[in-house]
Design a protein around this ligand. Structure first.
Ligand SMILES: Cc1ncc(COP(=O)(O)O)c(C=O)c1O
Length: 376
């Protein structure tokens, strides 16, 4: 008999046929290791880059309402003050996730008559937020300043340039210095999503703009509390009026429950923790892995803790990932639509959790995998 959802089944079939099927697997993460389907693996897929030691929490209240209604306790204000200072901005605003911060902030600030210039490799949450704003969207080639300048010549009321700080799937830095200069010359507003650089790079973990010495030229910061800080949530930081407009207009801020305040307190504890030791360890782990992979023969262009190994076709990337899994390494293959078709890759995210032995064990497996999959 024909089912109402036959179209869903055939879409799933198509996804499977294209080697793009995803399924959930149960995993238990313990520091540098993850157990999946009873197998203990070195975890090269964690965004908890720094591995700040876990702190205990007193859970007073799980949930109340949205922040504008009754979910706004003191911890929010303390953390928002600290986050504003962290970004040298007048104010900040916490959202339930980084995804929601992007979704809400960009669509609240940009309007139909405006123009948004967005790097072609920007994260899905940026892409969706640009669409939501109704503004004209112009995608410029990845980190291509000539293309950006050319596209900025279009007429519009306000112009925005939005980029990631460290690109989530390629691990390269954005050309933030050049972008900020071009923005300044064209009177455009620079928005930086620094989900992967925040708390990790820059002086005292202040992020990519600080690392590239352009902090003062960024107009709006958007970030996550769930990666370098290893907590949960998202935030924006900017001038007071921009924050005020978001409190009044940003739908993913207004029409959703507040992040439970125990999570805000968790972020506060992690924020106040001296993260220097973890930052140094992450740096040396990243160098150890990149050097080891290059010695094996892999082409590694990334200078950061996000290291992609570009494979190409989706099937080989899946087989590569399976081989790593069978040999004790968890490093997830990344496929379309997260990255372009035929640019599938194994994405390693390095953390300070990893010991020298973890890294050596992984490199042995990557050596075998290189001989099996990369030597044609
Ligand atoms: C560049 C970028 N922005 C935003 C997000 C969303 O952050 P969150 O996980 O806090 O929702 C991600 C998540 O991976 C990301 O890579």
């Amino acid at each position: 008999m024909k089912s109402k959802f036959d179209f869903v089944s055939s879409e799933l079939e198509q996804i499977k046929k294209n080697n793009l099927y995803r399924k959930l697997r149960r995993g238990i993460v313990t520091g540098s290791k993850i157990t999946i389907e009873g197998k203990n693996l070195v975890n090269l897929c964690s965004n908890d880059y720094l591995g700040i030691p876990t702190t205990s929490l007193k859970v007073k209240q799980l949930q109340s309402s949205s922040r504008l209604v009754s979910g706004n306790d003191k911890s929010y204000h303390i953390l928002e003050k600290k986050l504003a200072r962290h970004k040298s901005q007048q104010a900040s605003l916490i959202y339930p996730t980084g995804y929601m911060a992007n979704l809400g902030a960009i669509s609240a600030i940009a309007k139909k008559e405006d123009l948004i210039l967005s790097d072609e490799l920007n994260h899905a949450s940026i892409i969706e937020s640009c669409k939501l704003s109704g503004a004209k969207i112009s995608i410029y080639k990845h980190n291509d300043m000539n293309d950006l300048q050319q596209k900025l010549k279009q007429k519009s009321k306000n112009k925005f340039v939005i980029t990631e700080g460290i690109f989530s799937m390629d691990g390269d830095f954005s050309k933030l210095k050049e972008i900020a200069e071009i923005s300044q010359k064209t009177n455009s507003i620079t928005i930086l999503d620094d989900a992967h650089g925040d708390f990790v790079v820059g002086n005292d973990g202040k992020g990519t703009a600080n690392h590239l010495r352009v902090s003062k030229k960024i107009d709006v910061y958007i970030s996550s509390l769930s990666k370098g800080l290893g907590s949960f949530g998202g935030y924006i930081a900017s001038q007071k009026d921009v924050i005020d407009l978001n409190i009044n207009k940003s739908k993913s801020f207004i029409y959703t429950s507040a992040l439970p305040s125990f999570l805000v307190e968790y972020s506060l504890k992690r924020f106040d923790f001296n993260r220097e030791k973890q930052q140094k360890k992450l740096q040396s782990n990243k160098e150890l892995i990149s050097k080891g992979l290059r010695e094996i023969g892999y082409t590694i262009n990334s200078q950061t803790h996000i290291i992609p190994i570009i494979i190409g076709d989706e099937k080989t990337a899946m087989d590569f990932g399976k081989y790593l899994f069978q040999n004790g390494v968890h490093a997830q293959p990344i496929r379309y639509p997260t990255v372009p078709k035929n640019k599938a890759r194994i994405r390693l995210s390095v953390t300070s959790w990893l010991s020298q032995k973890d890294i050596e064990d992984c490199l042995k497996v990557f050596d075998l995998a290189y001989k099996k999959f990369m030597k044609f």
